[in-house]
Design a protein around this ligand. Structure first.
Ligand code: FAD
Length: 352
């Protein structure tokens, strides 16, 4: 395919946080801009908004992209729902005559992207971490990078199928942050299908109860040591829970766990009640992206540390000077009692 004729579309949407477009949408905008610049291709950004005012604010925030702006807006698109979101995305893709569609891998768009690609006779790939093509001295073919087998194998894919939908993993590039300016989005009318699902409202855990925070700068990992017998021969699970929650509250960090710690619940041992398997990091857990990570009371074994692949600066607090972290898996290891370290850290944070 002649890459010069590629037509690129970025799909962007708002969320309930109140900002005109999600951070992940703005990351997709940056990915689209970079690719369009490299290919000298036309870039269109399709906005899904709850109303014309929201669409206008979003359009203004994208003014400096120089892209063609399309918008679908209305009450029907205020909240995620398969039928309306799929109709919105399909309409935007047809209006833009898109060949390459970049979209954030948000729960909202991940849910509809495969269906929309199917309706348009296209193809979808998910969890994309990089989009290549037309780099200086490189190939002119558009390619997409993603990881397989629990982040152990990195693959570079290219396809002739168009439209080709690429769902971009959040946190893999900077968010677009251009100056707002005057911009007019072209409103595109959507033929809505019969709607069977009524959204009656949103129920979300309180900010403090939600310990998994993908946008946090810091990942705080709790290991099984927190619930093991300490120097006095006793376990101190309640104190451990209190120290960890105080730290999460004061720092805004995201909470991860080792498998051993979350598994303990099933063994009838004392556990930290706010942890579930969703917090587990590692080979059989998740592989989050954060600028920094702090592991506490965790041994740093390979099946756990493989989940740290995308953590920038790695630090650990362990009593064991021979732990896995100390053997080259962390940038800094503090050989110390995590109970004392976290008490001190919480006291310092309380002074801020
Ligand atoms: C197929 C397979 C898949 C796996 N997948 C995963 C996975 O996805 N994620 C995962 O985490 N594990 C996984 N594991 C398990 C992994 O191998 C380890 O068993 C697990 O990570 C160990 O957890 P831990 O370090 O918290 O506990 P432990 O090994 O018990 O280590 C506890 C550490 O706490 C320290 N400690 C105790 N008290 C203190 C204190 N007061 N201050 C400081 N340090 C203290 C101890 O010195 C020790 O180093 C997997 C294993 C297998 C076989």
């Amino acid at each position: 395919m002649d890459q010069g004729t590629e037509s690129l579309l970025v799909l962007a949407h708002a969320d309930e946080s109140g900002s005109p477009l999600t951070k992940a949408s703005l990351e997709a905008v940056n990915a689209g801009k970079e690719l369009a610049d490299r290919l000298a291709a036309t870039l269109t950004i399709g906005i899904v908004a709850s109303g014309s005012a929201a669409a206008a604010t979003a359009a203004s925030s994208l003014a400096s992209t120089g892209a063609r702006l399309l918008a679908v807006s209305g009450e029907a698109f205020a909240l995620p729902r398969y039928a309306t979101d799929a109709a919105a995305c399909e309409t935007l893709c047809r209006a833009a005559q898109a060949g390459i569609v970049l979209a954030p891998h948000s729960s909202r768009l991940a849910r509809v992207a495969a269906g929309v690609a199917h309706r348009l006779g296209g193809f979808v790939d998910t969890h994309i971490t990089a989009v290549g093509g037309a780099e200086a001295g490189g190939s002119n073919t558009i390619s997409a990078t993603r990881w397989f087998y629990r982040q152990r194998v990195e693959a570079v894919l290219s396809r002739d199928a168009r439209p080709w939908f690429l769902l971009l993993d959040a946190g893999t590039r900077a968010a677009f942050a251009g100056q707002p300016g005057p911009a007019q989005a072209e409103e595109v009318a959507v033929q809505l299908p019969p709607i069977r699902t009524t959204v009656s409202g949103l129920r979300a855990p309180a900010q403090d109860a939600q310990t998994i925070r993908p946008d946090a700068k810091l990942l705080f990992v709790a290991g099984a040591g927190w619930t093991k017998k300490q120097a006095d021969g006793q376990t101190h699970a309640a104190e451990a829970g209190n120290l960890i929650l105080r730290f999460l509250h004061a720092s805004g960090a995201s909470l991860g766990s080792s498998k051993s710690l979350v598994d303990q619940g099933g063994e009838g041992n004392s556990v930290l009640p706010f942890l579930t398997h969703l917090n587990q990091i590692g080979q059989t857990g998740s592989t989050p992206r954060h600028a920094k990570g702090l592991a506490t009371c965790c041994h740093g074994e390979e099946p756990h540390v493989v989940g740290w692949r995308f953590i920038g600066d790695r630090r650990a607090v362990s009593l064991d000077p021979n732990c896995g972290w100390a053997r080259g898996k962390a940038d800094v290891v503090y050989i110390a009692d995590a109970f004392q370290v976290m008490e001190k850290l919480n006291a310092l944070l309380a002074l801020k």
